[in-house]
Design a protein around this ligand. Structure first.
Ligand SMILES: N[C@@H](CCC(=O)N[C@@H](CS)C(=O)NCC(=O)O)C(=O)O
Length: 186
């Protein structure tokens, strides 16, 4: 029997949650290996590019969250059923990634002053997040079904916003748009 696919990440949602969701959604039997932060110095050497997440697949390791997500989405037919739907998926992935980068910058860019961080956080909450949600809502409004793309909404959307599930201020606003995800692995 072929070895199971293994997904390796920290024990947080972060960049791996969309991949976990995707694999659960596609009913794939996989190993969800979660590394403790205290073991990272030791584990780092085994990770491609020395970052997480990565997957072990057919005896090889592959890093980079988005290419992994795209690969698995394509493999399990969750990226759209034709070329145009796939293009629409890629567009949503770009929007989600931009949002995600904006969300992380004010938390983790060490070159920013505390004031600049505050400013970017405010801009994120008051402008970027609502703009993103509106964009998604417009796409959704143009569809006849309840998902953005075929049945692939959960992993695409969760990638950007899953982390806010613990933040009632933000998550209440997300829920308002009725983009509830199908799975919660926590
Ligand atoms: N471009 C990579 C970035 C991966 C990345 O920065 N991962 C972080 C966790 S979200 C990491 O491994 N941090 C530990 C470190 O850099 O030592 C991807 O998208 O997968």
């Amino acid at each position: 029997m072929a070895p199971k696919l293994t997904l390796v990440y920290f024990n947080i949602r972060g960049r791996a949650e969309c991949i976990r969701l995707l694999l659960h959604f596609a009913d794939v039997d996989f190993v969800d290996r979660r590394i403790d932060f205290s073991d990272w110095t030791q584990e780092r050497q085994y990770a491609p590019n020395h970052t997480l997440p990565y997957i072990e697949y057919q005896g090889k390791k592959f890093g980079e969250a988005l290419p992994i997500a795209r690969f698995l989405a394509r493999k399990y037919r969750l990226l759209g059923s034709d070329e145009v739907e796939q293009l629409e998926s890629e567009i949503i992935i770009n929007h989600v990634e931009a949002l995600r980068n904006a969300a992380f910058r004010f938390k983790s860019d060490s070159l920013l002053t505390p004031q600049q961080k505050k400013h970017l956080e405010k801009e994120f909450i008051e402008k970027k997040l609502p703009d993103f949600l509106q964009k998604m809502e417009e796409i959704l409004a143009s569809k006849t079904q309840q998902f953005l793309i075929g049945n692939s909404l959960p992993f695409l959307f969760q990638f950007g916003l899953g982390e806010y599930k613990d933040d009632p201020n933000i998550y209440t606003r997300i829920r308002k748009y009725n983009f509830e995800v199908a799975y919660d692995l926590w």
